[in-house]
Write a protein that binds this ligand. Structure first.
Ligand code: NIG
Ligand code: FE
Length: 400
């Protein structure tokens, strides 16, 4: 493990040099490749920011020094899509699927019932637990959503719980039509865009909708996202996960930061994404856990689409908090190179959140980074399932 060889000063102002880095991923494209790879590198952290990166022989003097031992350092993962505010699990549903039953969004109702019945403390403890899991696997920023409450009070509560842990909070009252409104979906859309939006908007940055057969159609999704935008929330969409549909084109039409899933795409969908600022966020944990066909990352990348990779961590379709697992799947089954997958899980996630202060190790960015027990970031895909993350700094502070 890396060792600190001089005593720590006060964390807020002290500078720290991490040196003896065999391979440093900066995501600074001016260094000649998208990953901005530097060999035999060093990083200087000052307070909560990156102050300097470069050739270790040119590193400036600092208060503290950490020897990376010839290992790889990269930006912390930016998991731009998760559903962490829930209670219970869906082991039986998973077992049934692995015996051949198809996935359907209907399972969401099981988690809605468990989440409504949970106390605030239970929800809070769950989020804390899954975040700790994610941190041990290198995630330093995560987005998370409501969507398992589906009443005014339960959605607002989910967002309050989420907001205690992250600034990237998403209102997903439109996950499915709440069971009480099964006979009157229009009334549910009115609630989501009315009283529920009023209660939720103060706690969120983003608004999301599950645009899918059995959830919300294109017109409902447009109405919901437009109402959110009028309240200052920025759109993102669960789009084209289980079937072809209007979600991706709607995302582009509304300049959504991201269209998430993108499993079933027409050529028009790919073209629309390529000619937009909307990121395609791929969530291979969902295809893994639902035994669905993989999204075609190669096709998107070749068309010039910006691709992000995230976990979709939720108890139904993708119960993993592991970005390294998603990287391995994307490389093995979705046509990504290891470099592309690592970029998508760091800089790509940041782009999906419209952030430039994370997902890169360049001067001025937050000092969110990880140390791998491996000589290169490629090992994240080359050594699947191996816990390689051996150090994590968040906002300049060593947290693992
Ligand atoms: O992103 N697609 C909709 N929502 C989740 C699944 C939620 C669930 O099954 O509980 C997803 O896959
Ligand atoms: Fe999701």
């Amino acid at each position: 493990n890396a060792t600190t060889v001089s005593p720590a000063h006060s964390a807020s102002t002290a500078s720290t040099l991490i040196t003896n880095i065999a391979a440093l991923v900066t995501n600074d494209p001016s260094l000649g490749s998208p990953l901005g790879l530097v060999q035999d590198a060093a990083v200087v952290i000052e307070g909560d920011r990156i102050a300097w990166t470069g050739d270790q022989s040119k590193a400036p003097a600092t208060d503290n020094r950490v020897d990376a031992g010839g290992r790889a350092v990269l930006p912390g993962f930016v998991d731009s899509h998760s559903h962490l505010v829930f209670a219970g699990d869906r082991t039986q549903e998973f077992n049934a699927r692995m015996s051949g039953r198809p996935y359907s969004a209907g399972g969401i109702r099981t988690t809605v019932a468990a989440t409504r019945a949970a106390t605030d403390e239970e929800l809070e403890a769950n989020v804390t637990r899954y975040l700790a899991e994610a941190l041990r696997q290198g995630t330093t920023t995560f987005e998370t959503k409501s969507g398992y409450g589906l009443t005014v009070e339960d959605e607002a509560r989910a967002l309050r719980v989420a907001a205690a842990h992250t600034d990237e909070v998403t209102y997903l009252g439109a996950h499915i039509v709440a069971p009480e409104f099964a006979e009157d979906p229009a009334a549910y859309v009115a609630l989501v865009t009315g009283e529920m939006l009023d209660a939720c908007a103060p706690h969120a940055r983003w608004i999301d909708v599950f645009c899918e057969q059995g959830a919300f159609d294109g017109d409902q999704a447009r109405a919901i996202l437009t109402a959110g935008r009028e309240r200052g929330l920025h759109p993102r969409i669960h789009a084209n996960q289980l079937s072809y549909g209007p979600g991706v084109r709607l995302a582009v039409e509304l300049d959504a930061a991201s269209a998430d899933h993108c499993t079933h795409l027409t050529d028009e969908d790919v073209d629309a994404l390529a000619n937009s600022r909307t990121v395609a966020t791929l969530l291979p944990g969902a295809e893994f856990s639902t035994r669905a066909e993989w999204p075609d990352a190669r096709r998107l990348l070749d068309a010039g689409v910006t691709v992000a990779l995230s976990t979709d961590c939720n108890p139904g379709s993708s119960f993993t908090s592991s970005v390294p697992f998603c990287i391995a799947l994307a490389v093995r089954d979705m046509g990504m190179t290891p470099d592309e997958a690592v970029w998508s899980a760091t800089a790509g996630g940041a782009a999906a959140l419209r952030r430039t202060d994370i997902g890169r190790l360049t001067p001025g960015a937050y000092a969110d980074l990880m140390l791998l027990d491996a000589p290169s970031h490629v090992h994240l895909a080359y050594r699947p399932g191996v816990p390689l993350v051996t150090g994590v700094w968040r906002r300049g502070e060593r947290v693992l």
